[in-house]
Design a protein around this ligand. Structure first.
Ligand code: HEC
Length: 250
C-alpha cells in the first residue's frame, strides 16, 4: 500500500529514523523505536500498538533494528564495491563493525534539554512566537505555523519531496510531550529539511522552551475551536498546492 500513503511508511534499510532522542545524525535508541510503536505516528497511517505485550513490542523492534542494520551494511558494501570496482571480503568485518558501533554509541547518546522544563505559560508562548518569527522557523512553517510558504518544500533522504507539516493540525508526528517537541527543535529531524537549533540557541537555551510553548499553543488552536482554514499541503498534489499557494498570498 506504500505508494498510496502520504507520508509513506519508512524504509528502514537506510538506517535513518526521524523521531529520536539522540543528537542529529545519530542512530535512534531502542527506547525511541519502542515509543514510536507504542504511540503510533498521529496524523499518519501508522497506528498505535498499545495493546500488545512489552515482549512482543520488544521483538518487533529487534526485527526493525536488524532490517535497518542489514540495510545499512548492504548499502555501504555496495558503495565500496562501486568505488573500488570490486569488494575485498577482507574488509567486510570492518564495515560490520562500523554499523554495530554506530548503533552501540546511540545507546549512551540520550540528549536532555539544556535547561529544566519551566511552566509553559501563555507568556512563554508569546516569547515563542517572537522567536518563531525571528529565528527563521516561519520560513518553512509559515508565520501561522500552517506551512503554507513557498520555501516549504524539500527532499528527504529517501528521495521524496517533503514539507513541514501544518503545526496547527494538532497532530504532531514526533509526540505531544513538551520534551518530544523540545528534542525535535534542539536536534532537528533526521532525513528531513528540519534543522536542529542546538548551536543557534546554545546561548539562549530558554528560547527552546518558549518555542515549545508556542508550538503547543499553535497545535491546540483547532482543538480550542479556532477556525483555521484547513488544507495540508501534499507534495504529490501539485495542482491543488498551486491553488492553495495563490489564495494564501504567501
Ligand atoms: C528548512 C525548513 C525548516 C525550518 C527553518 C524549520 N523547520 Fe520545523 N520542520 C520542517 C520539516 C520539513 C518538518 C517535518 C519533518 C518530517 O517529519 O518529515 C518539520 C517539523 C517540525 C516539528 C515536528 C512536528 C511533528 O510533527 O512532530 C516541529 C515541532 C518543528 N518543525 C518546529 C520548528 C521550529 C520551532 C523551528 C524554528 C526554531 C523550525 N521548525 C524550523 C522544516 C523546517
Amino acid at each position: 500500500m506504500a505508494v498510496h500513503l502520504y507520508p509513506r511508511p519508512r524504509d528502514y534499510t537506510r538506517g535513518t529514523f526521524k523521531f529520536t532522542s539522540t543528537p542529529y545524525g545519530n542512530k535512534p535508541r531502542r527506547e525511541d523505536l519502542i515509543a514510536t510503536v507504542r504511540r503510533g505516528v498521529t496524523g499518519t497511517s501508522m497506528p498505535r500498538f498499545n495493546r500488545i505485550s512489552d515482549k512482543e513490542v520488544s521483538a518487533v523492534v529487534d526485527y526493525v533494528m536488524v532490517l535497518a542494520q542489514r540495510g545499512e551494511l548492504e548499502f555501504q558494501l555496495a558503495m565500496e564495491a562501486d568505488a573500488s570496482e570490486e569488494l575485498d571480503p577482507e574488509y567486510v568485518p570492518e564495515f560490520v563493525e562500523d554499523v554495530v558501533n554506530r548503533w552501540d554509541s546511540a545507546k549512551s547518546s540520550l540528549t536532555q534539554p539544556m535547561t529544566p522544563q519551566p511552566e509553559l505559560t501563555a507568556e512563554r508562548a508569546k516569547l515563542g512566537r517572537i522567536a518563531f518569527l525571528s529565528k527563521g522557523c516561519n520560513k518553512c512553517h509559515g508565520d501561522d505555523g500552517r506551512g503554507h510558504t513557498k520555501d516549504n518544500i524539500g527532499k528527504d533522504s529517501w528521495g521524496f519531496t517533503t514539507r513541514a507539516a501544518d503545526l496547527t493540525s494538532g497532530m504532531l508526528h514526533g509526540g505531544q510531550d513538551p520534551v518530544d517537541i523540545y528534542r525535535r527543535i534542539m536536534n532537528g529531524i533526521n532525513g528531513t529539511p528540519m534543522p536542529g537549533f542546538k548551536n543557534a540557541l546554545q546561548k539562549e537555551p530558554e528560547t527552546i522552551w518558549d518555542l515549545v510553548a508556542y508550538v503547543l499553543e499553535v497545535s491546540n488552536r483547532r482543538r480550542f475551536g479556532e477556525k483555521i482554514p484547513a488544507g495540508l499541503m501534499k507534495p504529490y498534489d501539485t495542482a491543488a498546492n498551486a491553488a492553495v499557494d495563490q489564495t494564501d498570498g504567501e
